[in-house]
Design a protein around this ligand. Structure first.
Ligand code: NAP
Length: 303
């Protein structure tokens, strides 16, 4: 297939572009800078200098493509994650950018759009398993994800195949926040946001990339992309400590993070998310069943 990727130089994109090429697809990618264009070329993709918000230019760029994978986003750095103002660019990309991608894909006659989203949209499920039919939640930083998902649904309603991939908290070499908490674990510091017995659903970047490839062959709809065994936040921190061969001496921010309310709710809520639909419907399965295996790979790769 001819696949156009946005966000091809990002955390997931840097894994997804090579995975698409390895699967036999021809990839073009949106480049905002010379550095991004060079990175895409190095990965084997064709860079295209175009704005995510320019429907006319996107329509030309998408001509002849069989699919568009919209992986662009701009999450704030860890230090500013809790400030609503830091999410402005991300909100714009996910709302206006996703709408422009869908408008252009429709205008260019592209049959398929894959849109990234996150499992943090689900309401806190406690110990219960959550699937794609579980209730979602509205809070300020989720507005962009809801808008992006609505754009993908609009694409399907207009006759295309719109697929939403709800990724778990991603980690791996290249995911800045996970590199930061791994560096903390090497200094005996554990990261637990919220209750230690709350669940966290995660996904290794390599498995997220494989899901993007698998999404090119699935019916329209929403698919959770998470590993097989979500751990509690305490078990997750222990898995990270074990991966770097250190004991956890100090752990934070714990329940203090809950006090920040909707600013940190995407990290503090309990999400025990099932990947059953992706396994059966997309023929996808994660190579890292849980963060125990994934963190071990990441620790070895970053040593
Ligand atoms: N979802 C999670 O699991 C989660 C949770 C917390 C923190 N994080 C962290 O957040 C970090 C950032 O993640 P991310 O995926 O937002 O960013 P990222 O990894 O930096 O990737 C963003 C991608 O979108 C592109 N992009 C950004 N702004 C754009 C625009 N205006 N127009 C077109 N393309 C644009 C970037 O292109 P350029 O190369 O041109 O910039 C890049 O390819 C990750 O490293 C991760 O550690 C992730």
């Amino acid at each position: 297939m001819d696949v156009f990727v946005t966000g091809g130089t990002g955390a997931i994109g840097r894994y997804a572009v090579p995975a698409l090429i390895a699967a036999g697809h021809r990839v073009s990618g949106l480049a905002r800078s010379d550095a991004a264009a060079a990175a895409l070329t190095l990965a084997g993709a064709t860079p295209v200098r175009v704005s995510l918000f320019d429907v006319e230019a996107l329509t030309s760029a998408f001509a002849g493509c069989d699919a568009v994978a919209n992986l662009a986003s701009a999450l704030p750095a860890t230090a500013t994650f809790a400030f609503h103002s830091s999410w402005r660019e991300c909100l714009k990309i996910r709302s206006e950018g996703s709408a422009a991608v869908v408008d252009a894909a429709l205008a260019a006659g592209v049959p398929r759009v894959v849109q990234e989203s996150v499992v943090m949209l689900y309401a806190d499920g406690g110990d219960d398993w959550l699937d794609e039919s579980s209730p979602v939640d509205e809070y300020p930083i989720s507005r962009g994800n809801h808008a992006a998902e609505a754009s993908a649904r609009r694409f399907t309603e207009s006759g295309g195949v719109g697929t939403v991939l709800r990724f778990g908290l991603f980690y791996g070499v290249g995911a800045a926040h996970s590199e930061e908490i791994m560096a903390m674990a090497r200094r005996h510091l554990g990261f637990v946001a919220g209750r230690s017995d709350a669940y966290q659903s995660s996904i290794h970047l390599a498995d997220a990339a494989d899901a993007v490839v698998a999404a090119l062959g699935v019916p329209a709809g929403t698919y959770n992309v998470v590993d097989d065994e979500p751990l509690t936040k305490a078990a997750n921190a222990d898995a990270l400590a074990a991966a770097v061969g250190r004991r956890r001496w100090v752990t934070g921010p714990g329940r203090a993070a809950v006090a920040l309310g909707d600013r940190t709710t995407s990290l503090t809520r309990s999400l025990r998310v099932s990947n059953e639909r992706s396994r059966t419907g997309a023929g996808w399965s994660p190579r890292y069943a849980s963060v125990r295996e994934g963190y071990a790979q990441m620790a070895a790769a970053s040593r």
